[in-house]
Write a protein that binds this ligand. Structure first.
Ligand code: SAH
Ligand code: SF4
Length: 418
């Protein structure tokens, strides 16, 4: 989501006549688009901000902006504590960037009640696949999560606006879109999420549709049917479980039990047999016992995810979980995370190995950065695949035979064009 917000900022700046530079020393404007989902992201930003101070001494005309969720949370305080910063704006105020640049200093962290109607043309680097916002904010208030506080309440873009944006992308040669929202399953505008998918599926030129993130509680039968029936929807769903313990899920305010989750996964696998399922896991939520942790490990073994993102619980100031007693020590959190990742590594590799010898439809996304003469793309199930092939194939759907499975990618051979 932040990457796409940055594309929108780039779109605004391009219209203002700015061009991008790879060298901070050359820049007239530097924007930090910050994330505060976990403490680690915040720390990275702080050390970068310190580094940039010197540049401002060398180039007094340089303007520095802090955007994103840290900007939203800290607001004017950032200006006070960091005299090198000129502008501060939160994720709901990206559209104000151009007017901000005419001011000396500015802080924009107010809510934008019309964000769903505030369309900003994004400047995208890629020309095969594109992120597209379908909704903003979140109403869920999972007890560990800062997002509802920084990105505000849930608001869905009208389907017509989304349709127009994707139609234009298709005319510009894009082949794949990933629909973005914190909880896409609760998309609610002039139609629901299934209705939106049907509409997008009809756009000629777009070959693949993906979406993130799905909240397990709101994963409806109608949506599962859509994944099965609409040919362009890829067979991959990112469905964050967070914990295999229903007691912890309750404390997290996730709105489902482990059993509910299993039931949804069962339906998904029954309806779409080849579907790849990936997830997010939090290790060491307050009061998590060894038993709760082993329930998470059991869940990984039982569900056999295609991949996971796992994180140590990070207390975010202002959230309920940050106030909870019985915090888990850093050491235990690390041990649990390590164990989770270890189990999953084996599962990921095993699942990838199952694909050896199979034929997969691949959308070629680009030439490989590391290997000359190689191209890279993804299967419908979102697995990265590298193979020998001509750069002219970029943007095309091809059939690939999987020769070798590695943990984080596959190696294949071009058979013919799909
Ligand atoms: N809206 C998405 C998730 C957005 S945040 C959803 O509900 O699925 C992405 C992931 O970061 C979450 O799924 C969670 O696993 C992790 N995360 C969020 N807050 C966290 C925190 N305070 N500590 C550790 N991990 C966190
Ligand atoms: Fe955060 Fe939960 Fe909303 Fe996801 S659904 S953004 S985890 S509050």
């Amino acid at each position: 989501m932040n990457v796409h917000d940055s594309e929108k900022m780039a779109g605004i700046l391009k219209a203002e006549g700015y061009t991008e530079t790879a060298y901070t020393e050359e820049a007239d404007l530097i924007i930090f688009n910050t994330c505060s989902i976990r403490q680690k992201a915040e720390q990275k930003f702080r050390s970068e901000l310190g580094r940039i101070k010197l540049l401002k001494i060398k180039n007094p005309l340089l303007k520095i902006a802090v955007a994103g969720c840290i900007a939203q949370q800290k607001g004017r305080d950032i200006l006070k504590r960091n005299p090198q910063v000129d502008y501060v704006f939160g994720p709901q105020n990206v559209h104000k960037l151009s007017s901000m640049l005419t001011a000396d200093t500015m802080v924009c962290i107010e809510d934008n009640p019309e964000i769903q109607h505030t369309d900003i043309p994004a400047e995208r680097k890629d020309n095969v696949k594109a992120w597209v916002s379908i909704m903003y904010g979140c109403n869920n208030f999972c007890s560990y999560c800062i997002v509802p506080y920084t990105r505000g309440r849930e608001k869905s873009r009208p389907s017509e606006n989304i349709y127009k944006e994707i139609h234009e992308l298709s005319e510009n040669g894009f082949k794949e879109v990933t629909l973005l929202g914190q909880n896409v399953n609760s998309y609610d505008s002039d139609t629901n999420f299934a209705g939106l998918l049907r509409k997008i599926n009809a756009i000629t030129g777009i070959e693949r549709i993906r979406f993130v993130t799905s909240h397990p509680r709101d994963l409806s039968d109608e949506l599962i049917l859509c994944i099965k029936e609409l040919p362009k929807i890829c067979g991959h769903i990112h469905l964050p479980l967070q914990s295999g313990s229903s007691r912890i899920l309750k404390l997290m305010n996730r709105g489902y039990t482990y059993e509910d989750y299993l039931e949804k996964v069962g339906k998904l696998k029954e309806c779409v047999p080849d579907i790849a399922i990936t997830t997010d896991i939090i290790a060491g939520f307050p009061s998590e016992t060894d038993n709760d942790h082993s329930l998470t490990i059991e869940a990984l073994k039982r569900i056999e995810f295609d991949g996971i993102f796992a994180f140590k619980f990070s207390p975010r100031p202002g959230t309920k979980a940050a106030e909870m007693d019985d915090k888990i020590s850093e050491k235990i959190k690390s041990l649990r995370l390590y164990e989770i990742l270890g189990y999953q590594d084996d599962i990921t590799l095993r699942k990838n190995k199952e694909l050896e010898g199979s034929l997969q439809e691949v959308l070629v996304e680009g030439v490989s950065k590391t290997n000359n003469g190689k191209i890279t793309g993804r299967t419908r199930t979102n697995k990265i695949i590298n193979l020998e092939g001509d750069a002219a194939l970029v943007g095309r759907l091809i059939n690939v035979e999987i020769r070798k499975a590695l943990r984080h990618s596959l190696e294949g051979r071009l058979t013919n064009q799909a």
